[in-house]
Structure formats: C-alpha cells, structure tokens
Design a protein. Structure first.
Length: 534
C-alpha cells in the first residue's frame, strides 16, 4: 500500500509557514513536488537568501522580487547577508531591492552588509509603513529628506552601525509602538535619551558601548529589561531615570560604585533580576527588596561584601570564586590582594534558595589558601535548597584529607548538589564523591553533568533517628550525624560500569549496613560486591 501525502493537504498558509524556516535554495526545491507546493513556492512570503547572496545570488533575488512585485504579493520577511565588501553595482542592487520591498509591504527586514565601511541606508526604507521588525548590520543611518514613516515598527536591531542622537530622537518620536531597541557595537552616538515618547518600550539593549558613550537617560515607564555592556572595562557611570517598571537589569563592564547602585535599586521597586559582571568599581552589593528573585555577581574583583539579608524572596544567587590570575582580562591587572579572603556575605538561610557557584582558581595556585577560601565561601550558603558547582577539573573541588581534619564541613545543611566538571580527562569519580561528601555530609542527591544533556545521579537514603543506638565518637561534637554511620542506601544511575564498581567498593568500605541499587540488570554486580565486603 502506497503512502499518502497528508502534508500537501494542509492549507497553503500553513505550508507557507513551514517553508518560512528554510533558506530560499531549499524552499525552491519543494516546487517540483506537486502543483500545491509549486503554488506555495510561487507565493512564498518569507524570503531568506542566506549568506553572501549579493555576490552569488543577485540575479535570483532580482527575479524573485520582480515576481512578487508583478503578482502584487506581500512579503512578510526578507533576509540577506553579504560576507564581503559591497561593490558599487551591489549597493545599487540593495537600493532597488528596498524599493520593491517597501512596495510589497515588507514587515520584517534583515540586512547584513560590510561592517568595516558603513554603507548608507537607502532613504527608500523610511517609507516602509508596514514595517514591524528592522534588523541592520553595517549601515550608516542618517535622517532622510522626507519624514520617517515607521508607524508600526515594534523591534529595532542595529549592529556595527553608525547613527547620532538627532536620528535616534526623530525615530523615537515616530515609532510609538516600539517595544525592543537593541544597539550593538555602534558608533556616532554619545548618549541615549528616551523622553517619554515610547510608551510601549519593554526592552533596551546597549551592547559593547564605545568609549565615548557617556549617558543613558531613559524616561519610559514600561521598560522591563535593560542591558548595558561596554567595549572596555570601566564605562562611565550611567544615569537611569523613571524606570519604575524595570524587572531585569544587566550591567557588564560598567563603572558602578556602591552609592550609585544603592540609589538606583531604591528607585526600582519592581526589580526581580540583577546581573553585575566585571563592575570593577563595585565594593559592596546591598539589596533590600522583597521583589528581587535572582542575583548574579561575576568577576567583580574588588568586591568586599554582599548583603542580601533583606531580600527574603531571593530564589537564585550566582557567584564566582577566583584565586590567582586565571580569567582576568587584559584590561585589569589585579593588586597583590587578589589572593585575599572572599567577600563577606550576609544572607538569610532560605530553603527556597538555589545557588550557582563557578570556581575559577589558577591551576598553579591550588594551595591551602585556595581550599580555605573555597570552604569559607561555600559556608555562606548552608541550608540552601540546592547548589550547583562548576569548575574546569576535579582537583579544584577535591580538598586534601589533611586539611579536612582542621576544618568543619561548610555545607552540612544542603541536600541537593549538582556539579559540572569541564575537563574529565583525568577525572576520579571516587575522589570527587569523597570530597563532596565531606563538604556536603547530608546530601540527598548528587548529580554530575556528563555533557550533551546527560547526567549521572546518586541518591542517598539515611537511617531514621529511631534506629540510632550509640552515638559514634566522630559524630559526638558535630551538629549532624556522620554519613558513614547513617547511610542506609545509595542509588547509582547512569554511571559507566567501571565507575559503578569503584563507587560500590568506596561506599561499602566506608559505611555500614548498605544496599546499592542501579537497575535490575546490574543486581548481580552489587550482590557480589556486598558478599565480598561483608
């Protein structure tokens, strides 16, 4: 029985939507399948010509656009990219294409040209009344001789482009529906000032601001997301006003000082997410808000204190622990105090808090100072709901046994741990688990990232308090029971057979009554191990 073609029976608008995900050369191949597909191809509304179309596919683009123009077919999306410098005849082609696209009521336009020699954006584009999304790379934008007519523009993305305050101000006055404004690696603009003409503006992204960029003054009551990053470390302090609806703020390489941050946060009553990355002037982070749910602090090398004691609804906190010179940028030469103790944390224990910590020590500095800094830093997050640790190799988290004798386990109140070790070349699963069970002596679950959305898992079950008969000497002076005397069952999942054998021997040799479970296919292995060890 021959199969039936059910897809071709779908309505043409749905088939058009399916082809919209393909570049034009692949979409064109469907035209030979049937009359239905040929009709869909002929009227295709989303045209993605892929890379380098100006050099290789100019005639094809001309032909397809001419067809759309003659048939009076509206174009939803047009996407084209040039990998090399535009020649004169090619820039003329872009002018002609834009004129056709405007006539065909283009709604989404994405053009990517030479990033080193800004090509002046043709004035014809400013007559695109139906335009909803405009994404440009490598253009110079200047005020047209006629009026800008982007009456329905919702999203504007400019990358490696040149513009000035006068053009941006004129744009903001016309585009009252604008929701997203994104500028990346731009030039010519010294400040961004939005003065109440964009009531629907939700997201502002200023990525890799040039050194001459000095000020951001946003008076837009509905802005929810603000992202600012600098080309160089130490971008001048910016000004943000009247953003009462702001819920997400991300600052990278901006010269944020303590007072500025404190004053800003006081004027952001709805802030939920705060990212601070490479803010080298920052010494104290203090957050007093019941709305803040997520805080991430990364590479703020001069930080001495983090006060989150008055953030009762904090759900996630991310932080990195540096030691030595690894990870430092070329713009930052750390003082000798880079080996100083970690910041002082003030953080209320919360059973809802999930903590993510990236460990970044210099491989040449894995000494007692590092392991002391590690345990001291981790101790700030005891009783957290879950902790994630990320590091390059296992030695970073394997605390020497002789040091453990003089230190207290820092995280005896945390029940869930996830670790991600990037380099597993010389990975020792037993050494890692042994160290982690000292750091986290009462874990319920330990998951190990194996890459490609795969992970190994260990689940721990302990004896009931009623089962305790005699208190073991090693537990007498501690506020918790030693896992070696309390562990009842360990469930291992998704480990290699070699890892299973090593872990089985480790647990059976270091604990008492214990059953090890993976899945039924491995029961014989564990039965043999139990007989050998008991």
């Amino acid at each position: 029985m021959e199969g039936t073609d059910e897809i071709s029976k779908l309505p043409e608008p749905i088939l058009d939507h399916i082809l919209s995900f393909l570049v034009i050369k692949d979409a064109a191949k469907t035209s030979t399948l049937s009359k239905v597909w040929n009709s869909v191809w002929t009227n295709l509304s989303c045209l993605d010509f892929g890379d380098n179309c100006l050099h290789k596919s100019k005639k094809i683009v001309d032909q397809i656009l001419a067809n759309r123009l003659n048939q009076k077919i509206s174009i939803k999306r047009f996407k084209a990219k040039a990998k090399e410098n535009l020649q004169i005849y090619e820039s003329k082609a872009v002018d002609d294409w834009i004129k056709v696209l405007v006539t065909c009521n283009i709604k989404e336009l994405c053009l990517d040209v030479d990033v080193y020699k800004h090509y002046k954006l043709p004035e014809a584009i400013f007559a695109a009344k139906s335009l909803n999304v405009l994404s440009l790379r490598g253009f110079k934008l200047e005020l047209p001789s006629d009026r800008i007519k982007f009456y329905f523009l919702r999203e504007l993305y400019l990358e490696d482009s040149s513009l000035d305050e006068q053009f941006l101000q004129a744009l903001c006055e016309i585009c009252s529906d604008l929701e997203v404004l994104s500028l990346k690696r731009f030039s010519g603009l010294i400040s961004l000032q939005v003065a109440g003409t964009l009531p629907k503006l939700r997201t502002v992204k200023l990525q890799f601001c040039p050194p001459k960029f000095k000020k951001v003054d946003i008076v837009a009551p509905n802005v929810e997301n603000l992202y600012i990053s600098s080309f160089v470390l130490g971008q001048h302090i910016i000004e943000i006003t009247a953003c009462n609806s702001l819920t997400r703020l991300k600052l990278i390489a901006v010269a944020v000082n303590d007072k500025w941050l404190e004053n800003l946060l006081q004027n952001l009553p709805n802030l939920e997410v705060l990212y601070l990355d490479h803010c080298l002037s920052l010494k104290i982070v203090k957050i007093s808000s019941s709305c803040v749910k997520v805080v991430k602090v990364a590479a703020c090398y001069h930080l001495v204190a983090v006060d989150l004691d008055d953030a009762p609804n904090l759900l996630r906190f991310s932080y990195d622990i540096h030691h030595g010179k690894k990870g430092l940028g070329a713009y930052f030469d750390p003082p000798q105090g880079y080996f100083d103790p970690p910041p002082i944390f003030k953080l209320k224990a919360s059973r809802l808090l999930e903590v993510e910590i990236e460990l970044i020590p210099d491989p040449k500095a894995l000494d007692t100072r590092w392991y002391s800094k590690l345990t001291e830093s981790l101790g700030n997050f005891n009783n957290s709901r879950a902790i994630t640790l990320r590091c390059d190799y296992d030695e970073v988290i394997v605390i020497p046994k002789d040091m453990r004798e003089n230190l207290l386990p820092p995280l005896y109140g945390t029940k869930r741990l996830h670790i991600k070790i990037m380099d597993r070349t010389n990975y020792s699963v037993v050494n890692v688990v042994d160290s982690l069970l000292w750091i986290f002596p009462q874990l319920d679950t330990l998951s190990v990232d194996k890459g490609q959305s795969s992970q190994s898992l260990i689940e721990f079950t302990y004896r009931d308090a009623a089962d305790d008969e005699d208190e073991k000497p090693c537990c007498a002076s501690l506020a918790w029971k030693c896992w070696r005397h309390e562990l009842k069952r360990v469930k291992l999942q998704n480990f290699t057979r070699t890892e299973l054998e090593k872990l089985a021997y480790y647990f059976l040799e270091n604990s008492f009554t214990l059953s090890i479970i993976k899945d039924p296919s491995e029961c014989s292995l564990f039965t043999s191990l139990l007989l050998m060890c008991n």
